[in-house]
Design a protein around this ligand. Structure first.
Ligand SMILES: C[S@@+](CC[C@H](N)C(=O)[O-])C[C@H]1O[C@@H](n2cnc3c(N)ncnc32)[C@H](O)[C@@H]1O
Length: 448
């Protein structure tokens, strides 16, 4: 989660409680979680009522997947220091990430009651209002945020996403492109804003301007995988046969934080449910007897659906940030950071089910990955995946302006048959909404 550290006490002498806290916070910021946890525990051993140590230890517990402990610790901090906006905000983040949106909203409102200028709390409030399908109230909160903090780049980016997610007219898309542009001008480190601006311009039909955004980006950082991929996606270069590992890592490490709320609540994402329902119809009643690999598991949305079928449930994903979220969600027996094709190649006849929800949209040519999945499955095993529809009868795939690939039915079929699958079922489905429109997909089930 986006942790806000607003230290409440000033630094003190070497070895003093304030200095122990400073060092623990520094370690926490640097991702040295063992050292940070040790520091907070050391301080709490002598000062069990230290609100900052309780609060930050709570945040750390949540980051390590111990969310109940996190909630209890931050609540203890707040019982001792009720006017502590940062702790209210971080408790809201824990609730939000555990899916308790109403409780999260209450925490953000409390943070704002004691710290009215807490931008992060106001941004988070807008996000949970949007996620609770209250777009009118969310819009007011975003507007208030930008009025209060016009220089808060992330606020412009969030409003851009909101306008894009709920676009009902061309004008909304225009405004979203403007918001992404402001976010980028205010914070040149916000590359997601730049990427989103390019995509918005492309969707508005301003293709050359979109390419310009990516070319300018590449001229500053010629090795940037996102800029290279997106330039190709806008017709400014040859699309690679699958998205570069560096592109996937960069995009999803940056997306891990907000993935669930963006997809599930705002975009009505349903690939995991559709896939597991399709599989369940073939597998019959769950007996927790199968070895299942979730290939491109992301934050683990498939895990609770697959668990009843699985004796062993593993997930693999290129993005360490997404795997961290999957770890927090729980449900897997094994999680691996790695490239899924290589992972499949390395495990011959190891799995009864390989499932891949909304992940092969980062692959163009499906031949190699289909062959790798075939090799990794046992006889009688199932490969289940979704991809986006390319409305073309011929054996084709293409890279779309979103940066995701689309596949013609004939390409999907040919890749699976050539890999050696026997029965192949390819059905049209709606995967999610985007820009107010349904995204058409193929739901694919292939039997080895
Ligand atoms: C849109 S997310 C879907 C995540 C999850 N399956 C779900 O349905 O929520 C796509 C995921 O695929 C991962 N991914 C894309 N290409 C990959 C590859 N070649 N190897 C492993 N993971 C990959 C990304 O990191 C990301 O987490």
């Amino acid at each position: 989660m986006a942790v806000t550290f607003e230290q409440r006490r000033i630094a003190g002498d070497t070895g003093s409680p304030a200095q122990v806290l400073d060092q623990a916070i520094q370690a926490h910021r640097n991702g040295a979680l063992d050292a940070a946890e040790h520091g907070y525990q050391t301080l709490l051993a002598t000062q069990p009522q230290h609100p900052d140590a309780l609060h930050f230890l709570g945040v750390l517990c949540h980051q390590r997947g111990r969310s109940d402990e996190a909630t209890a610790l931050i609540e203890r901090a707040l019982a001792l220091a009720p006017e502590y906006p940062d702790a209210h905000n971080n408790l809201g983040n824990v609730h939000k990430e555990c899916g308790r949106l109403a409780q999260a909203e209450a925490c953000y409102r409390r943070a704002l009651a004691c710290g009215p200028s807490h931008h992060h709390a106001l941004a988070n409030l807008a996000i949970v209002l949007e996620a609770q399908a209250r777009p009118g109230e969310a819009f007011i909160a975003y507007a208030q945020l930008l009025q209060q903090a016009p220089g808060f780049a992330h606020g412009h980016y969030l409003l851009g996403l909101f306008l894009r997610n709920h676009a009902q007219s061309h004008e909304h898309l225009e405004q979203s492109a403007e918001c992404f542009g402001h976010a980028w001008q205010l914070d040149n480190g916000n590359l997601r804003a730049l990427e989103a601006q390019g995509t918005a311009l492309y969707l508005l039909g301003r293709h050359e301007q979109a390419r310009e955004v990516y070319r300018a980006w590449l001229s500053r950082s010629p090795d940037n995988a996102v800029a290279r991929h997106m330039l190709a996606a806008c017709g400014g270069g040859e699309p690679p046969p699958r998205a570069d590992d560096a592109y996937v890592r960069e995009v999803f490490d940056g997306f891990a934080e907000s993935f669930d709320e963006q997809l599930l609540r705002n975009l009505d994402y349903r690939a995991p449910e559709l896939l597991v329902a399709g599989l369940a119809a073939r597998l019959g009643r769950p007996h927790a007897a199968l070895d299942v690999l979730d290939a491109g598991c992301g934050t683990g949305l498939c895990a609770p659906l697959l668990r009843p079928h699985a004796r062993h449930l593993a997930g693999v994903d290129l993005s360490g940030g997404m795997i961290e979220k999957a770890q927090q969600r729980g449900g897997y027996d094994e999680l691996v950071v790695g490239e899924l094709t290589a992972h499949l190649h390395a495990q011959p006849a190891a799995w009864d089910v390989v499932i891949s929800a909304d992940t092969l949209v980062y692959f163009g040519d499906l031949h190699e990955v289909a062959a790798a999945a075939h090799g990794a499955l046992r006889r009688g095993g199932w490969l289940a995946f979704t991809v986006e529809v390319l409305d073309d009868e011929s054996d084709r795939w293409e890279l779309g302006a979103s940066g995701r690939y689309r596949h013609g039915r004939a390409h999907v079929h040919a890749a699976l048959m050539q890999a050696g699958f026997g029965a192949v079922d390819i059905a049209p489905v709606i995967l999610r909404n985007e820009g107010g429109l349904p995204v058409q997909g193929w739901l694919v089930l292939a039997l080895k």
